[in-house]
Design a protein. Structure first.
Lengths: 211, 211
DNA sequence: GTCTATATCGGGATAGAC
DNA sequence: GTCTATCCCGATATAGAC
């Protein structure tokens, strides 16, 4: 018995993930998913009633993966700047390898906001812990009373935006694929340095730090 | 003669912009565009051969608007930090009012990279000037030899990402619409300060500034 | 569980009258 | 230029045999 052979359901699931990630709900074709899974369309509907339910499954899984990746490093026990370094490194690698994931989530949230909103709330994410942890570390390690949400969003923006907007940046600045690889490698050190500099700036100018 | 009444072509054009921006190419329906323009589908095809050509028109216009907004402030004659302040202020307002525009462009570039790539190159954007200008100002006003592309991308990421990812952030952190408005108002001052701090950090640590 | 065949419908595009 | 009617394909979904 060959355990490397996945069950049909798993193959469908994997194929659906790939196609939905790349094409989005509207762009995805059930035929393409079936082909990729090595089955026919009828069998898709045998396992999943319809396209919607298959999509929801993929969205749920992907969303929780994203959130988990975005939060778990910051919930660990390390110095804040170490967390930032690790996060930036990890995330640039992760999104480079799965460049479709974040646009997929963002796009999905624009395509069907109301349906997905409730799906998300059902996932009981607990971001309060995360923000509280960051607030505590900003205070204790750097003496800063800054809104942790802004700092966290800054970290995300500096890390995620360039990867997501890669096609846009590449088009505007006419950058080759090879130079883009170098560019993202550089960012693994540039971004943490940039953030570190910014936070140190607040330290010696604490009258402005209170936001 | 009422000059406030647009020509049919203009009404189609405006309707197409709205629908494509919100739904993307695959999500958009010719019927919806026709309804919004107050005409029927046949007339759409009379003015524009097919969906593709109508989309291209919208994409072209939107893309050049985005690029123009992204670059013109930095090509003017002001201190770099003033430019950054103005840019962040302007862009947070602009994207908040047109929240679909950036996702539209990014999504479009993922949906049909090869077709759009050539359309973009035809627009002869000149980003070299922009980067050269930023490099010059970093050097002359702050004594920094930093890659201007990274700094520029940082500015974009800090400004644009939170607006684009607004639905995501709002879902994860369970933030009300009202608090989001406040959040973006705060960012108009927080982001320039953050950037200013970061750049000042390079100044007094120039051994690390060379990237 | 898996297949082939088919129903059904939505949506882009065209024909042709006015 | 603008309309109604219609074509036609592609895509989701289902029926039913094996």
């Amino acid at each position: 018995m060959d355990t490397t052979v996945q069950s049909t359901e798993d193959r469908i699931h994997e194929a659906a993930r790939k196609v939905f990630h790349q094409k989005g709900f509207n762009g995805a074709r059930m035929q393409e998913i079936a082909d990729l899974a090595g089955i026919n369309k009828a069998l898709l509907h045998y396992y999943f009633r319809n396209k919607e339910s298959l999509f929801e499954k993929v969205f749920n899984e992907t969303f929780s993966q994203i959130v988990s990746n975005m939060t778990k490093i910051f919930l660990s026990e390390m110095a804040l700047m170490s967390k930032i370094e690790i996060f930036v490194n990890f995330y640039i690698n992760f999104i480079s390898q799965h460049s479709y994931v974040v646009p997929f989530i963002i796009n999905a949230l624009y395509e069907k906001p109301e349906q997905l909103r409730e799906i998300i709330t059902r996932q009981n994410v607990s971001p309060e812990l995360l923000l509280e942890q960051i607030r505590k570390q900003l205070k204790e390690e750097m003496g800063l009373d800054i809104d942790p949400l802004h700092i966290y969003v800054n970290i995300l923006g500096l890390t995620i935006f360039p990867v997501v907007a890669k096609p846009l940046i590449q088009s505007i600045f006419a950058i080759s694929d090879e130079r883009m690889v170098v560019f993202f490698e550089q960012r693994k050190t540039i971004v943490p340095t940039f953030i570190s500099n910014a936070l140190k700036g607040y330290e010696k100018n604490k009258s402005l730090a209170k936001i």
